[in-house]
Design a protein around this ligand. Structure first.
Ligand SMILES: [Zn+2]
Length: 451
């Protein structure tokens, strides 16, 4: 049965809104640990989700059996009616253009044209190159996923897309008086050609681990901190980006609620989230069929926009901007980031370093915690260096820092003109492929401490 007909039938039965997302996935996931294949899965699957809004209640039913879609739509409507009975809060969907489009993101080298053996050989080759004498353990990961999806909404949107994504992660461990670890990922939206990027990370991880094994402990206290592009990107995503997600804002779980137009960062700081640029978080339309667009969240220090799906836009009386993403057909779309960007400035990296009398240069993230409601963060850097008298000195390890996000954004006193892109997997109950793009940034005052 045609998807459009199922949607129309649910609407005739009294639904206020209905959409169907039909998806066909092809995935390969591979893990080579210390030269042994630890995990190797590949395969395809198909399925669809029917989503129905009845007054203030939502119903969602996913199925991998397309013959059951009609039945799934009836169950979704009945679930929406039940939820409506118990729902206290009003809801609705902000209007969006009913797009009709088909977009295929092409890759230069289709991963499906490469055999399993070629993919294992790739990891084996990278392993040979990272396995220096100080490396005690290696962990290489390869993942590729191509999704073909079709989105039909009762508002008239009809979207077809094909999006291929690929990533390689390199994690190496070494031991001196403590165990140290260095990790880097490469990839994006595209095909097997992206594996070339992984080779560029080999020297980065091996040099990092080598430096960490000889590193001392960092000073603690409130000192200036330079973040490298990779760490600045993660900071923009984790500490700021999550707080700019429309569902958190409208639900009262963000420190940015009611802050549009306010100064939330230093002058010259512009932070965007942009699904339209090439990167691991690229997509042409979101999972509600809204056309993807660049969201300028902070414009020259002032709060300018949030990331919004149709429901959070309705609640905040704003325009939806393509913020709805679902991990796959089993789950409902949530408000998610795409490629989070700190726009470059006009200083040279060397000029940032010269500004610092006594501080830290921290590179790459190794996890942390954020609280978007309170606007607090705690991060660990993979790699650190002392800065003394405007010069980078010896390596320090276990650099961790914390603070209030908005205070820290106000303390950005230098933004370099360089720019690098990295990849990440964001967890919010569901996993999303995201990109992070940023220059080096100098923060005048951050609470730094050893872990
Ligand atoms: Zn995240």
């Amino acid at each position: 049965m045609k998807l459009k007909k199922i949607v129309d039938d649910v609407m005739k039965e009294g639904a206020d809104y209905c959409d169907i997302r039909k998806e066909k996935w092809d995935r390969t996931s591979l893990n080579l640990k210390d030269g042994e294949i630890e995990q190797f899965t590949q395969g395809g699957e198909e399925g669809a989700m029917v989503r129905v809004l009845y007054e203030d209640g939502w119903g969602y039913v996913g199925t991998s059996d397309f013959a059951e879609l009609k039945k799934a739509s009836k169950r979704a409507l009945s679930m929406a009616k039940t939820n409506n009975k118990f729902k206290k809060e009003k809801t609705g969907l902000a209007g969006t253009k009913a797009n009709k489009d088909e977009v295929i993101i092409k890759c230069d080298q289709d991963p499906l044209d490469f055999s399993a053996e070629e993919k294992i050989s790739l990891l084996k080759d990278i392993e040979d190159k990272v396995k220096k004498d100080f490396v005690t353990s290696t962990d290489l990961r390869y993942g590729e996923a191509t999704v073909e999806n079709e989105i039909i909404t009762s508002d008239g949107a009809e979207i077809k897309m094909k999006i291929p994504r690929l990533m390689v992660y390199i994690i190496i461990t070494g031991k001196s008086d403590t165990i140290q670890r260095a990790a880097e990922g490469a990839g994006g939206t595209g095909g097997f050609e992206l594996t070339e990027e992984a080779y560029k990370k080999i020297d980065v991880v091996t040099e990092r681990l080598s430096n960490l094994l000889d590193a001392g402990t960092p000073p603690s206290g409130n000192i200036p901190l330079i973040m490298d592009p990779s760490l600045a990107g993660v900071f923009a995503h984790e500490a700021f980006g999550h707080a700019a997600e429309g569902d958190l804002v409208s639900g009262g779980n963000s420190c940015l609620k009611g802050r549009i137009g306010d100064e939330v960062a230093a002058e010259g700081v512009t932070i965007s989230d942009d699904p339209t640029v090439e990167g691991y978080g690229h997509f042409p339309y979101d999972d509600e069929g809204t056309k993807a667009k660049k969201r300028v969240l902070v414009k020259n220090g002032k709060m300018n926009d949030f990331i919004l799906d149709r429901e959070s836009a309705w609640k905040l009386d704003m325009e939806p901007n393509g913020g709805a993403r679902a991990e796959d057909f089993r789950v409902k779309p949530l408000v998610r980031m795409s490629n989070t960007i700190i726009e470059p400035g006009d200083m040279k990296f060397q000029e940032l370093v010269e500004e610092v009398d006594k501080g830290i240069y921290a590179k790459a993230s190794s996890g942390g915690q954020v609280n978007p409601a309170q606007g607090t963060f705690q991060f660990n850097a993979q790699e650190g260096y002392l800065i003394e008298g405007g010069e980078i000195k010896e390596a320090v390890r276990d650099v961790s820092f914390n603070g209030f996000t908005l205070e820290t954004l106000q303390n950005i006193v230098g933004i370099a003109d360089d720019f690098e892109s990295s990849i990440g997997h964001c967890g919010k109950g569901q996993t999303a492929s995201v990109g992070e793009m940023a220059p080096h940034i100098l923060i005048s005052d951050v609470t730094v401490g050893g872990r």
